[in-house]
Design a protein around this ligand. Structure first.
Ligand SMILES: Cc1cc2nc3c(=O)[nH]c(=O)nc-3n(C[C@H](O)[C@H](O)[C@H](O)COP(=O)(O)OP(=O)(O)OC[C@H]3O[C@@H](n4cnc5c(N)ncnc54)[C@H](O)[C@@H]3O)c2cc1C
Length: 571
């Protein structure tokens, strides 16, 4: 039903991985891997997706969360990349995930009179037209006064006028989870806490992988006609397991975002600001703004990239150039850092490296895909599965994912129209029903069903009013959450949306998980302790001036899951 990923499915998936001979084994549960599993399953292939940590725990929960064509690529005259991305944006907004992907406006302040309006205006008109059907409002021109009417936060001397254009946004972690659940709905085995630690070779080809359950340490071999690595910044590590020479290298570029409360920036619209090397977004995010991002080389820990004081200072410095009321450290509620998996190119400037993706088949039975961006995950996924064709026992059918709505999409529009009625039925405020519909779509009834027996589930999570206890429970029963960290950082975004960064909710959320997972009190205490240590280490890292010192401070916290791709495991 609906691709449920609960504890029973988790246990069963381990057995299935050992018993079934698969067509395709996908490694990596970010958006690319989840997309590849969905693409394969809906082409009629038998497929499994294994993720070492949690779904979207890598880059796919730490992005700017935009489905966009990328104005920078437009400026670089990369029209095909922009057109492709805008086509995906439209598909998400209309057919595949209208419950998760929403329109978002951006104001582009103009600095100079004359040519700049013509130049930017022409670019944005092209952006509107490349975007195809009129799903989103078209670009509008504003005088300085008009722009400040919708964005009073802007200093009068920061602009001479402005344009406003539209893109789309989604909660990336929730979207990736929904793609993975949709894959499961069509038969894919989906298992988290399952790390590929070796590739099995026979007569010069890859015929499967050795996997390790990072919770128990158990290992087994999974047989598959093709192994597809969708491991983002870990791509080189997984290729190294094959013993073959990689066809491309992936570089990591760190991007940091700040989260600040909505009332700190008086504006009805998001903003895009030019920086010396790139752009800075101020993005509406529920009751908050996301301000980001940075773009710097990163060669330290890949699982837990750390934001430094320098990153935070840079972002404050950039955004404060245009704000009437400058932001201070005290305004910052959350900070998150992610790593862009960039294909290594000739230029040393990471912001110049290509966002396009590449697929390689370094040896028979092994396909690697890397690069790209979140927006084009569906295209990347189809390309990766296409590349397995020579390794499969039968001809590959066409990709159909453009026709396959994600779980929760079907019936969403009808439920939106019935929001008042649903609010009455569950005794919830209407805003809460809309919030739930935008997170779960038509799965809302499944999320709230246990509250019939246990009305306390309709109460908000302590110290995190935006979420209901029922959502936490659902994270464990249906959404593959295995740890407190999964619930606070990705099933909900309490870790970046509250000043306590989830610590004040940890015990209550742990108790809700314990009910389903059968945790004893000492296990709850251990989960809370690990989570508190993570938050403390992140806070400490954000005080450090350099990447090296920030990384060292962050790594003092124990890992929720002990993984070791590319490094010797010491157990
Ligand atoms: C700051 C920032 C902002 C961005 N903003 C945007 C944006 O607004 N719009 C956009 O389109 N794109 C954006 N991007 C890019 C986008 O987020 C990434 O391209 C995308 O999320 C990459 O997804 P992925 O699945 O390839 O990698 P990941 O999400 O990193 O997934 C790889 C997964 O592989 C797993 N893994 C690794 N090794 C193993 C193993 N041995 N066994 C099992 N699992 C393994 C990891 O745990 C990880 O979960 C942004 C990126 C950053 C960093």
């Amino acid at each position: 039903m609906h691709g449920r990923l609960g504890p029973t499915e988790h246990a069963r998936a381990w057995t299935r991985l050992g018993e079934e001979r698969l067509d395709v084994l996908v490694v990596g549960g970010g958006v690319t891997g989840a997309g590849a599993a969905l693409d394969a399953a809906t082409r009629g292939l038998s497929v499994a997706l294994v993720e070492a940590r949690d779904l979207a725990s890598g880059t796919s929960s730490r992005s700017s969360k935009l489905f966009h064509g990328g104005l920078r690529y437009l400026e670089q005259l990369d029209f095909s990349l922009v057109r492709e991305a805008l086509r995906e944006r439209e598909l998400m907004l209309t057919r595949l995930a209208p419950h998760l992907v929403k329109p978002v406006p951006f104001l582009y302040p103009l600095q100079r009179l004359g040519w700049e309006r013509l130049y930017v205006g022409a670019g944005l008109t092209l952006y509107d037209n490349l975007g195809g059907a009129n799903v989103l409002p078209r670009t509008r021109h504003f005088s300085r006064r008009g722009a400040r009417a919708i964005c009073p936060a802007l200093r009068p001397d920061a602009l001479v006028g402005a344009l406003q254009y539209w893109d789309a946004q989604a909660d990336d972690a929730r979207h990736t989870l929904s793609v993975a659940r949709t894959a499961a709905r069509y038969g894919a085995v989906v298992r988290t806490s399952t790390e590929v630690v070796g590739l099995v070779r026979d007569a010069g080809r890859v015929v499967g992988a050795e996997v390790r359950d990072v919770e128990t340490g158990d290992r087994q071999v999974v047989r598959a006609s093709a192994v597809v690595s969708c491991t983002g910044v870990w791509t080189d590590d997984v290729e190294a397991l094959s013993g073959s020479r990689g066809r491309f290298n992936v570089r990591a570029s760190k991007g940091v975002h700040l989260v600040v409360p909505r009332d700190r920036i008086a504006s009805e619209t998001g903003m895009i600001l030019r920086t010396p090397t790139s752009v800075l977004f101020v993005i509406p995010w529920g009751q908050h703004w996301l301000v980001g991002s940075t773009d710097t080389d990163w060669n330290l820990n890949l699982a837990h990239p750390a934001a430094s004081r320098a990153d935070i200072d840079y972002l404050l410095g950039q955004v404060n150039q245009v704000l009437v009321r400058p932001l201070t450290y005290d305004d910052i509620v959350g900070v998150f850092a992610g790593l862009r998996p960039l294909l290594a190119g000739e230029s040393d400037e990471t912001s110049q490296l290509s966002r396009e993706h590449a697929v390689a088949r370094p040896m028979p039975g092994l396909v690697t895909i890397a690069g790209g961006k979140y927006t084009t995950y569906r295209v990347m996924a189809a390309d990766a599965i296409e590349a397995t064709a020579p390794d499969l026992p039968r001809p590959l059918t066409e990709s159909v994912t453009a026709e396959v709505p994600l779980v929760g999409a079907e019936g969403y529009a009808a439920l939106v129209n019935q929001a008042d009625h649903l609010a009455d039925e569950y005794g919830l405020p209407v805003w809460r029903v809309h919030h739930l519909l935008d997170r779960y779509g038509s799965l809302l009834e499944e999320v709230l069903a246990p509250a019939e027996e246990d009305p306390a589930l309709l109460q908000p999570v302590p110290a995190a009013d935006g979420y209901l206890a029922a959502e936490v429970r659902y994270g464990v029963t249906h959404e593959a959450a295995l740890h407190l960290d999964d619930l606070l950082a990705r099933r909900t975004r309490i870790s970046i949306e509250t000043e306590h960064r989830g610590v004040a909710s940890a015990e209550a959320v742990g108790a809700l998980a314990a009910d389903v997972l059968g945790w004893e009190p000492d296990r709850v205490a251990a989960e809370v302790e690990v989570y508190q240590a993570r938050v403390a280490a992140e806070r400490a890292s954000q005080e450090e001036a350099t990447d090296q010192a920030a990384d060292a401070a962050r790594m003092l916290a124990p890992d929720t899951r002990r993984c070791g791709v590319g490094r010797a495991l010491d157990d």
